[in-house]
Design a protein around this ligand. Structure first.
Ligand SMILES: Nc1ncnc2c1ncn2[C@@H]1O[C@H](COP(=O)(O)OP(=O)(O)O)[C@@H](O)[C@H]1O
Ligand SMILES: [Mg+2]
Length: 246
């Protein structure tokens, strides 16, 4: 009762501001994402969300900071999207994940978890990928790849440097040894800087037990070699495939 009275006493302007703020928040983050972010703050994984780095069809990536002022990247998979329907093949065929019968949002949660697990495999295998830091529902916290708040560019925008192709092929071989295939490898999912290039976007990566894993591997090799061929770096895909599987 008392709460109701005090609410009514609130100045109109304040009410309006609050309403507007809620509106803005709900247009950027849905309720589930807000709850997940709050949980990550409670856990101490992040202290503040700073600004968007990338907005995509399936996910948005933001820069966030920890309580010690360290930059981290958060990837928030969209819950209200139909784009995920065509991604089911990557989850259902993966022996690590069961046949999927849940609601769409549970599917999105499983996909986020899959990306997190794949990043853990990469870390263990010594593959150049962002270090996984924390996970909550549809939100993934990982190492920020960039400097002074600016993300490194993707390979497609700046072109390759010497050694990039070799590093990527080495990582593909390590990945295969670790039992995974990326399945969406291209110049758009590789971030570059002065050091070895980083492979990102691991949600759809599948275990070798997936019945189409071989096909995805060949497609990854094809996409990478096609891109580097533009710059005169030609390799025989058959030789590379055999080398990766050796
Ligand atoms: N760990 C990271 N650090 C900095 N920027 C990142 C990181 N991960 C992704 N990004 C940025 O966000 C973009 C989209 O990320 P990605 O994982 O490829 O998602 P999607 O392609 O599904 O939207 C990347 O091209 C890159 O610019
Ligand atoms: Mg991507």
């Amino acid at each position: 009762m008392a709460r109701r009275v005090s609410r009514r006493k609130k100045p109109l302007r304040e009410d309006y501001v609050l309403k507007e703020r809620n509106k803005i928040e709900s247009e950027v983050f849905d309720r589930a994402s807000l709850l997940a972010l709050a949980k990550l703050m409670q856990k101490g994984a992040i202290a503040r969300v700073e600004y968007p780095i990338s907005t995509g069809k399936e996910a948005n990536v933001f820069l966030a900071t920890t309580s010690t002022g360290e930059s981290v990247a958060i990837k928030i998979y969209k819950i209200e999207t139909t784009h995920f329907l065509r991604r089911k093949e990557y989850l259902e065929g993966d022996p690590r994940f069961k046949k999927f019968r849940g609601r769409e949002r549970d599917f999105v949660f499983a996909f986020t978890q899959k990306e997190f697990k794949n990043l853990q495999v990469c870390e263990k295998a010594g593959i150049h990928a962002p270090r996984p830091l924390s996970l909550e529902k549809n939100v993934l916290v990982m190492e920020f790849l960039g400097r002074e708040g600016r993300a490194y560019p993707v390979l497609s925008t700046v072109g390759p440097a010497e050694g990039d192709l070799e590093s990527i092929l080495e990582d593909m071989k390590k990945l295969y040894k670790a039992g995974l295939v990326h399945a969406d490898l291209s110049e758009y999912n590789i971030m570059v800087w002065e050091g070895a290039p980083y492979i990102i976007d691991w949600g759809q990566a599948v275990a070798l037990g997936h019945k189409r894993a071989e096909e995805y591997l060949e497609r990854d090799i094809y996409n990478i070699l096609k891109y580097f061929a533009i710059f005169g770096l030609k390799r025989d895909p058959k030789v590379i495939l055999a080398w990766i599987k050796d």
